[in-house]
Ligand binder design. Structure first.
Ligand code: ZN
Length: 157
């Protein structure tokens, strides 16, 4: 079977940045799976895997625009320090949860403000994927209606 819309694709992958640093990998873990055609993985990778079959191995370079997006300078903003609990650990690099549950990265902390960045940590980066397709199967009716795969661990609704 070939990866196409409404197929569940299972794969091993390793994601590296331009310098070859591994950012994420399924090596040594259960392979990841996703429902093809529903935007569950970055667009550039989904496009590259269209038509792939079990056993297919590929290297895909995904520009930021087809990955987690370009860095949006407007997503960096100041929040009053008093909006955070006194005992909360705030330091550059720490992730906090924003008002809509979206992750924000702390950029800088002063006595009065906390500078936050709402860009995805991988925004602006070219993504280098090494992928091996393990399995391709037809999605169940339930998976199609939910818009995601139900295989494997860590699935929540
Ligand atoms: Zn579901």
């Amino acid at each position: 079977m070939k990866a196409s819309n409404d197929m569940v694709v299972t794969m091993h992958y390793t994601l590296t940045d331009d310098s070859g640093t591994v950012l994420d990998s399924s090596a040594g873990h259960t392979p990841m799976n996703y429902l093809h055609g529903h935007g569950n993985i970055v667009p550039g990778l989904e496009k590259a895997l269209e038509g792939a079959v079990a056993g297919f191995k590929t290297k895909v370079t995904v520009p930021a625009a087809e990955g987690y997006g370009e860095i949006d300078p407007e997503a960096v903003f100041d929040a009053p320090r008093e909006h955070f609990p006194d005992d909360m650990e705030l330091a550059p690099g720490i992730l906090v949860t924003g008002g809509h549950g979206s992750p924000l990265t702390v950029v800088e902390v002063t006595d009065s403000v906390v500078v936050l960045d709402g860009n995805h940590p991988l925004a602006g980066k070219t993504l280098h994927f090494e992928v091996e397709i393990v399995d391709v199967r037809v999605a169940t009716r339930e998976e199609m209606s939910h818009g995601h795969s139900h295989s494997g661990d860590g699935h929540h609704h």
